[in-house]
Design a binder for this molecule. Sequence first.
Ligand code: ARG
Length: 393
Amino acid sequence: MAKKKIILAYSGGLDTTCAIPWLKEHGFDEVICFSANLGSEFTPEDLIRRGKATGASKVYVKDLRKELADDYLIRGLKANAVYEDKYVLSTAYGRPLIAKYLVELARKEGIDHVGHGCSAKGNDQVRLDVAVKMLEPELKIVAPLRYWELGSRESEIEYAEKKHLPIKLSKEKIYSIDQNIWGIAIECGALEDLRNEAPEDSYMLSQKLEATPDTPEYIDITFEKGVPTALNGKNMDFSDLLETLNGIAGKHGVGRTDLVEDRIVGIKSREIYEAPGAWTLIHAHKELEAAVLDRETLAFKEVISQKYAQLVYQGLWFTRLRKSLDAFIDKTQEHVTGTIGLKLFRGNILVASRDTEYSLYKMNLATYGDEDAFVRENAEAFIDLYAMPFLEK
Ligand code: ARG
């Protein structure tokens, strides 16, 4: 009889580590792992070693950082997408991309089952499942965490220890972590009690404010049609620029947020995030947009931005609506070209300079100096007409 195989989306974390032996105990002869390198702490060698040591027959690792950056993060940046004011959606962008490659690999290997280690009340199961269903409706999806007896992190750790599975004994015991180049998400442990301030050891990418440098750092970010193309005058590929910025802004304690968020399945959860580079880029991008976009486009784009963030969060990446919003957003970016100077200091991002050939800010209209070209006499007639619709007396 042919061997029953499954392709598992594998991160090397606790859930997917337990999933490998569990799937083999529950009807699968072979578990083939697929790991996307989106910029997490595990190296490809680590992942292959850990996956094999856990019982996978093969471990595919694919470096998808550039694809994540170019096809997902740049769109999110142009949209200024932020969920519930505090989450730049790092994890959420990764899921449809992982789904795309799970489907591709399943087709290539002729396998009709794909699996993942997402929690049964989390968002990621929805994102992965919806994306897989949209791309390949025939594939069967197996999500052990919806059924297995390992109902808590404690019981997973016990199971892993009993089976001598490779888990990292320190932080993995406490926190659940998801990381890519756009940011890092951390939950569980002491974070589950809203009365607790996030313990310092839960952060890993950014400096605590108490230890940030005493002097501010100035940086210049150059955009072309909404896409960052240079840092401090040096042309860089977007994903390299982002990774460099994570280092610079992280050193100044930029980009930490602590959010009680609304999950797709209806519950509220608390997560802390670090996204130094992403917040810096969004800040700079909005500053540039403020200078080059007219007020109606800006205001309408705010609405689109909210909707975009919801779609990404809710796993609706491959939908017609998301693509349509992108078409609108791309049109708005035609003049989003120029350089924004920022000052990073003790967790703050402050704008220092704006330089763009498409500026709608006209100094001769804004100035209170001698060069003033604003026709002051027009103001009275303008206001008469402007107020007219509202006059009830
Ligand atoms: N809450 C975030 C989201 O839904 C992150 C989820 C993963 N977090 C984690 N710590 N493993 O996108």
